[in-house]
Design a protein around this ligand. Structure first.
Ligand code: GCB
Length: 636
């Protein structure tokens, strides 16, 4: 089988290759791949692919970012013919906008043209780049042209950091696959399909919301559409390091544990892991399945453990005969002991804040490192050591920056509110998004908690769905904690959490809106929290809306004073909870939401930010900082 595979690779016969993978590799990646079939268009079929490349930025690659021409297509005229049949599933496979057709002479009419059409900066949502698209939900086609010089014996992958929500991808007029899910990476192998010279990639992105998607129809954030993260053409050797986990063993600061996964014809190989600065060198041998377990004892004195105070990253090299990769990895442990939360064995308080992947100043999705640094630096200005990256996977770059800046991370999937709990395909989608998140970030020291969802209402079907997600995430990564933002229940003045899901996760983590959605500043102090779980208590949300610059007395809703007093009241209520080990108030900055129409106070913004949409810090920002300064002293 192996030698056959090699031959196929060289000859670039992708359909046979896809079939070979289907037999050999178990891999994440919900993307649908269209095998090339002698140049003829093939119907979309599901084939197992090699795992989505881990550590994509560590690969030889060409960034395909920049200006992409685009065509807005509300009726999907470029996808369906007039009988509403997809062009890419017709006998010829052609007819859609992905043909990028130009009239051959003056006698021919073609009703679209990428040449001369406007451009979007990619990565970037379309809503923030064209006022007419501010609320657009539907299809936009985007085209990029690039030059390539594919080499024999190398494999090539078109990799997308994220496209919201459904993407159909075409290379040089042929479909390479499709993908659903707005916040996780996906790739298509294009070995044998790349041209030597100019290539054209065309993406149909559709951000239409559906009840049976993840997230579902109803959310409290802007539905930014488009190619919102980097697009890369990555090159790998024939047999390459597909995935690995190099982390401290659960609760053991003296041992690195994990695995290495090779993919390709020569998958059984020696693989050497070196961390020169820590004096680590170990060799493992991958089996017939390309996998080897890794377990390396450490000399304690040599290791500087990663923490917010000392975010030390080591250069780790993973080298096989056919491939070699570098990564920057931090080493730390995270555990619970009763109600205590232990980072590197030491009790820690999570001084956090929630945030969306949105730059309020544009407003639009974070476009790159500058935007990301701004957001994380704002959190640091408040003396945070932790962020909740709500409510969906943020970018890989963001997590890497958190690693570098020393900020602990709660990472989440968009299992939010009223998901279609009963449908197996909806579960499969959620589980895939969770898998893709863990696969991407499993080596990032900053990530300490995988969150499987937010404010999901208790019911039998939901409990089964969420319980399975909790089990899934534990099989993917044993070293981190599992959380979910649960809801509270009120019995008179007593606030409790009664949720069977709490038994399946590692934290008593919940959202509560005392003083805002229930009660008010005057009356909220009558409440008390009774949390009956022997787990660290983490408040995943509380908050109040305040229009930046609106000053009034602290009973007046929407004023900065109201928000400020609510925070002070919250600290008193929450400090009375035994086992309180952290919080991520809602939210760092004001953010756009279609659910917030009040013409004066909201204007389609959720105003719970501690920083306004112009970047001005509200009163409560400083109150929050003072509280965290004090917590820092307490946990020194
Ligand atoms: C919540 C949600 C969050 C909302 C927030 C609010 O409970 O988790 O997504 O934006 O409340 O402002 O109502």
């Amino acid at each position: 089988m192996r030698s056959v595979l090699k031959l196929l690779l060289v000859s670039g016969c992708l359909s046979a290759l896809a079939a070979a993978w289907a037999q050999d590799d178990q891999a994440p990646g919900q993307a649908m791949v269209v095998p090339a079939a002698g140049g003829r268009a093939a119907p979309t079929v599901m084939t197992k692919q090699p795992p989505t490349l881990h550590n994509i930025y560590g690969r030889t690659h060409l960034l395909l970012d920049g200006r992409w021409n685009y065509i807005v297509d509300p009726y999907e005229a470029g996808y369906y013919n007039y009988r509403h049949q997809p062009f890419d599933q017709s006998a010829t496979g052609s007819g859609g906008f992905y043909d990028d057709r130009k009239p051959k002479d003056k006698t021919e009419s073609v009703e679209y043209s990428f040449d001369g059409s406007p451009t979007l900066a990619i990565p970037g949502d379309w809503n923030s780049q064209n006022a007419k698209l501010e609320t657009y939900e539907g299809t936009v086609w985007m085209r990029q042209q690039f030059r390539a010089a594919p080499k024999d014996g190398k494999r090539y992958f078109l990799y997308f950091g994220a496209v919201n929500y459904e993407a159909h991808v075409y290379l040089n007029g042929k479909k390479v696959g499709s993908h659903k899910g707005g916040f996780t990476p996906f790739q298509f192998e294009v070995t044998g399909r790349l041209l030597n010279g100019q290539n054209t990639v065309i993406v149909k992105a559709d951000n239409t919301r559906h009840q049976d998607d993840i997230p579902t129809l109803n959310t409290d954030w802007w539905n930014y559409g488009g190619i919102t993260r980097d697009v890369l053409l990555a090159e790998t050797p024939d047999t390459y390091i597909a995935d690995y986990q190099i982390q401290l063993a659960k609760g053991d600061m003296g041992r690195i544990e994990g695995y290495v996964q090779m993919t390709g014809a020569q998958r059984s190989q020696d693989v050497t892991i070196t961390i020169p600065e820590a004096g680590v060198k170990a060799t493992v041998h991958t089996g017939a399945d390309g996998r080897a377990a890794v377990s390396i004892p450490l000399a304690k004195t040599k290791m500087r453990y990663w923490s917010p105070e000392d975010p030390k990253l080591y250069t780790v090299t993973i080298a096989a005969a056919t491939d070699k990769l570098n990564d920057r990895i931090g080493f730390r442990t995270i555990e619970t002991r009763g109600q205590d939360l232990l980072l590197n064995g030491k009790s820690v308080f999570l001084r956090g804040i929630s945030l969306h992947d949105e730059n309020p100043l544009i407003p639009g999705r974070l476009r790159g490192e500058g935007d990301m640094r701004m957001m994380l630096q704002w959190a640091k200005d408040m003396n945070c050591n932790y962020v909740r990256l709500a409510h969906y996977p943020h970018s890989e770059e963001m997590i890497k920056l958190a690693d570098e800046m020393g900020i602990l991370v709660w990472a989440e999937v968009p299992v939010y509110w009223t998901i279609s709990w009963e449908k197996p395909e909806v579960y499969a989608n959620a589980s895939q998004q969770l898998t893709d998140l863990v696969t991407r970030d499993r080596n990032r020291a900053s990530v300490i908690i995988w969150s499987i969802g937010n404010e999901t209402p208790v019911s039998e079907a939901r409990n089964v769905f969420m319980g399975k997600l909790a089990d899934t995430v534990r099989t993917l990564d044993r070293t981190r904690l599992v959380g979910a933002a649960l809801e509270v229940h009120r019995k008179g003045d007593e606030v409790t959490v009664e949720d069977p899901l709490a038994d399946k996760i590692d934290l008593a983590s919940f959202n509560e809106y005392a003083g805002w959605y229930w009660s008010n500043n005057k009356e909220m102090m009558k409440f008390s929290f009774k949390v009956n779980y022997n787990k660290p208590v983490i408040i995943t949300e509380f908050g109040a809306d305040a229009l930046g610059g609106l000053h009034a007395d602290d009973d007046t809703r929407w004023s900065e004073e109201y928000q400020d007093l609510l925070y002070k009241n919250q600290f008193k209520l929450l400090d009375a909870i035994p086992g309180l080990r952290g919080m991520t108030p809602w939210v760092l900055t004001d953010f756009r939401s279609p659910r917030r129409p009040h013409p004066y106070y909201q204007d389609f913004w959720n105003r719970k930010g501690l920083i306004s949409e112009t970047g001005k810090k509200k009163l409560a920002f400083y109150t929050m900082k003072a509280y965290y300064d004090q917590k820092q002293q307490q946990y020194k």
